[in-house]
Design a protein around this ligand. Structure first.
Ligand code: ADE
Length: 352
């Protein structure tokens, strides 16, 4: 069933009409799912990927076969899960959402595969964390829609081929390089999700503000977009915080001045960098004289997990040209050194 955006606003209306007062978590979750786009038309950005997907979906419909398995990779918060839900909705299929760490035992993955309905979408987040046994169970299911089940022991060991319904697997990962070759090769479509442009994020902010009944000006929306690190999940979080600020300190209308003031208060600077980003850059740029510094050294100095630094913080800093990754570690760029007023940058050592 395809759920339109009208349907979405009806849900919100009924929530308001009935003056329900759910607990904070239920309230937040209700809005979280309401601001998620459900159709390609309401999903902003990732235009190339969307166009390609529309063609693949239509071709699969014409051939009366399930859509090829898809692998989405890229930094967190760019809409991989949302897009999987849009695909399921647009193909009229149901979706089961899980994540690789939840598929620890063979029976977890077997159970989920056996429970699928024909044509259903199975979404596995963090698919690079799937263990070897789960991967090997998945291979024949992805390729031929069969499970190889072993019965008996020793001489009487037999392998039974048990059919599973035809399904589409959508895998998501922040680390495509960590996927095993055989698993990656079984996806018919492999696509990287890109950071969003300021204009796309402004549209995301305006759309979310409309759904949440937030009064925001064009400039106010752009100011939020500019500090959202190219990431809609961040834009959606910031627009709510900025709206709270406008409501408590002003008349509730979010304009450029109020947006900037609220974001300054949240310690998010005009480049979208938060306190951890700035600490990381200052560490390389000042304490380690521009770098190179190894990832583990950075993690220990910041008290952060090295995976979080690598998968959450670094992609945006790399994309925006603040840091460089080299075989000997991370370096600050002259651009970052200049705008952040660091004494050192490691790309032009002759400067110091
Ligand atoms: N919310 C989160 N991601 C979005 C997107 N790509 N389009 C519209 N709203 C979103």
């Amino acid at each position: 069933m395809i759920i339109s955006d009208n349907e979405q606003s009806k849900n919100i209306k009924s929530l308001n009409d009935e003056k329900m007062t759910p607990s904070i978590t239920e309230f937040d979750m209700t809005f979280e799912s309401n601001i998620r786009p459900k159709t390609f038309d309401s999903y902003i950005g990732q235009t190339n990927l969307k166009n390609m997907l529309k063609i693949s979906i239509e071709a699969a419909k014409k051939r009366e076969i399930p859509l090829d398995h898809l692998l989405f990779y890229g930094p967190p918060g760019l809409g991989k899960t949302t897009l999987a839900c849009v695909i399921a909705n647009e193909t009229g299929a149901e979706i089961k959402i899980t994540s690789a760490p939840a598929l620890e035992r063979p029976r977890d993955i077997i159970g989920i595969l056996m429970s699928l309905k024909p044509g259903e979408v199975l979404f596995i987040d963090e698919i690079h964390r799937l263990n070897k046994i789960a991967e090997e169970i998945l291979y024949p299911a992805m390729e031929d829609f069969f499970l190889d089940m072993n019965t008996g022991k020793g001489q009487s060991l037999k392998t039974l081929r048990v059919p599973v319904p035809k399904f589409t697997l959508i895998g998501a990962t922040t680390k495509a390089g960590a996927l095993s070759g055989p698993l990656r090769d079984r996806f018919g479509i492999v696509h990287r999700l890109e950071f969003y442009s300021q204009d796309e994020l402004k549209q995301v902010v305006k759309r979310t503000a409309k759904i949440l009944n937030i009064d925001i000006t064009e400039d106010g929306a752009l100011a939020v977009a500019k500090r959202s690190r190219g990431t809609p999940r961040i834009a959606n979080r910031l627009v709510k915080r900025v709206a709270d600020y406008a409501l408590v300190k002003y008349d509730g209308i979010v304009n450029e001045k109020i947006s900037n003031e609220a974001l300054d208060n949240l310690n998010i600077d005009k480049y979208g960098l938060d306190a951890t980003d700035r600490a990381l850059l200052a560490l390389i740029g000042e304490k380690y004289q521009g770098g190179p510094v190894g990832l583990e050294t950075l993690a220990a100095a910041l008290g952060e997990d090295s995976k979080t630094i690598e998968e959450v913080y670094e992609p945006y800093l790399l994309q925006e040209g603040f840091i460089q990754r080299t075989p000997r570690g991370r370096k600050i760029t002259p651009y970052a050194a200049k705008i952040l007023n660091f004494k050192y940058d490691s790309i032009q050592p002759s400067l110091f």
